[in-house]
Design a protein around this ligand. Structure first.
Ligand code: BG6
Length: 502
């Protein structure tokens, strides 16, 4: 454990304990860490919310969302649930917070803790966020102890509200105490990006505009906004996944080599490259909203009762980004994200320039594909001679698919597990810093203002379950992506040409 790590006796308070995020992500992540012995079995977990639940009822609710498929999980679940207790209280009055302080003090006294250590997880809607933060500071902030506060997005709605939030939080907690979660930074393949880039001369040598012709970061989900349309309608796909998750991935792909893996060294480089981004061109964006599926079995976005019937909210967006520095000038980066598509997949696709055709009849562009999910993989499309007497080339791959290379014995933490562990250890590298957030809102706010004004065109309707708006292919082609004449690449077992005529 690092010097900054919390110790054996920590109180972890989950605010919003009866809500969806806590049930589906926070408690399961705490359980995952406990199961893997990454969380001391002596911690004190307290759920806090307004609902009038008992501790027993909270434990039941938590248990429903835990994955208990194997013996290890089954054997650990009871021990984990016993660590959890519940306090019901308002978010805007002292009562509940005083009870909370007493409960933590009791635990500290029992365990002879002299410097109280507290991790507050705010799984809360923005409306109560600042109120809870100020009550924490007033009633449960330990003198002489240590505090870490995990904050969930949204971190504001635009530049102004993000700055306001920052202004409200900064007198309460230092930047050192704040851990702003972007869960994409906890994903295994996203954590691998800096190693792939800077640990391989093969890639670091060609990672620039002399060799790379275009880059895409694409996020696809095979389901719509079912169940959260009302919330989604206020934010849209750009705020939901692009301004945060995809921008984080893009930043890691394009930043310069940090002097070390020290959190501030990494975050300094991220901010630097963000500042080199060209402002986004509102006329250079593709927007879509999903309609009914072609067979009529899946609803359109507007069929959701919680969505305004006239809504122009985008459930799909593709945006071109240019970076004006020596390394990237001239390379188009396309971020694209959509809901209710034909598949769920998040990947990075880096296309390289064409080699001189010269001696070849047919030669394809190299592509490096980094699949973040599902089934992590890194593969490179390369040209190779067809084996045997043939002199022709074919497109094939160098393939690192995790499921075939690494055995199931590896525990690959879920994103939330990885990030809560980092916070416990006091490692900020995979959390969003205040200045980084500010630059990202500076970039996105003018674009969002335009899209939400009357001047913007209506989003193109695409069928639920399709590949997205019809104009996508043209948009990608216009931004430098060259579709292979060989069509989509299927990983075939290549067989000799049976006619033997080559
Ligand atoms: C969340 C968005 O931040 O990320 C959701 O609010 C989205 O709309 C989710 O579905 C995607 O996360 P993951 O880990 O499932 O790819």
């Amino acid at each position: 454990m690092s010097a900054d790590s919390f110790g054996e006796h920590v109180s972890i308070v989950v605010f919003g304990a009866s809500g969806d995020l806590a049930k589906k992500k926070t408690f399961p992540a705490l359980f995952g860490l406990y199961r893997e012995n990454q969380l001391p079995h002596t911690v004190n977990i307290i759920g806090y919310a307004r609902s009038g639940l008992t501790t027993e009822e909270l434990r039941e609710r938590v248990k429903e969302h835990l994955k208990l498929h194997d013996e290890k999980a089954k054997s650990k679940v009871d021990g984990f649930l016993l660590l959890i207790s519940y306090i019901s209280g308002p978010y805007d009055k002292p009562e509940g917070f005083e009870k909370l302080e007493n409960a933590i003090q009791e635990y500290d006294t029992k365990n002879k803790v002299t410097k109280s250590e507290r991790l507050f997880y705010l799984a809360l809607p923005p409306s109560v966020f600042t109120t809870v933060a100020s009550h924490i500071k007033q009633f449960v902030y330990p003198e002489g102890g240590r505090v870490r506060v995990i904050v969930e997005k949204p971190f504001g709605h635009d530049l102004e509200s993000s700055r306001q939030l920052q202004k409200d939080l900064s007198p309460l907690f230092t930047e050192e105490e704040l851990y702003r979660i972007d869960h994409y930074l906890g994903k295994e393949m996203v954590k691998n990006l800096l190693v792939l880039r800077f640990g391989n001369e093969l890639w670091s040598g060609v990672w620039n505009n002399r060799h790379i012709s275009s880059v895409q970061i694409s996020f696809k989900e095979a389901f719509g906004t079912e169940g959260r349309g009302g919330y989604f309608d206020l934010i849209g796909i750009i705020r939901d996944v692009m301004q945060n998750h995809l921008l984080q991935v893009l930043t890691l792909l394009t930043m310069e080599r940090p002097v070390s893996f020290d959190p501030e060294a990494v975050r300094d480089e991220k901010v630097k490259v963000l500042k080199a981004f060209d402002s986004f061109n509102p006329n250079d964006i593709l927007l879509g909203q999903y309609g009914k599926s072609e067979d009529g079995s899946k609803p359109s976005y507007l069929d959701d009762d919680t969505v305004n019937k006239e809504s122009r909210c985008s459930t799909y967006a593709a945006l071109a980004v240019n970076i004006h520095n020596e390394r990237w000038d001239g390379v188009p980066f396309v971020l694209r994200a959509g809901k209710a598509l034909d598949e769920s997949k998040v990947e990075i696709r880096i296309q390289f320039k064409q080699v001189a055709k010269g001696i070849f009849q047919e030669i394809h562009r190299n592509e490096l594909v980094i699949r973040i999910q599902p089934n992590e993989a890194v593969y490179t499309k390369i040209n190779s001679k067809i084996p045997g007497i043939s002199t022709q080339t074919s497109l094939t791959d160098l393939d690192l698919t995790y499921s075939t290379r690494y055995s199931d014995d590896f525990w690959i933490p879920e994103a939330y597990e990885a990030l809560i562990r980092d916070c416990y250890l006091g490692n900020h590298a995979n959390f969003v810093r205040d200045d980084e957030l500010d630059v990202s809102w500076k970039l996105f706010t003018p674009l969002l203002e335009y899209i939400e004004s009357d001047k913007a065109p209506k989003p193109e309707i695409y069928p639920y379950g399709s590949k997205g708006p019809k104009n996508l292919r043209k948009f990608l082609t216009d931004h430098g992506y060259v579709f292979s004449e060989a069509g989509s690449y299927q990983w075939p077992l290549t067989r000799p040409n049976v006619k033997g005529k080559i």
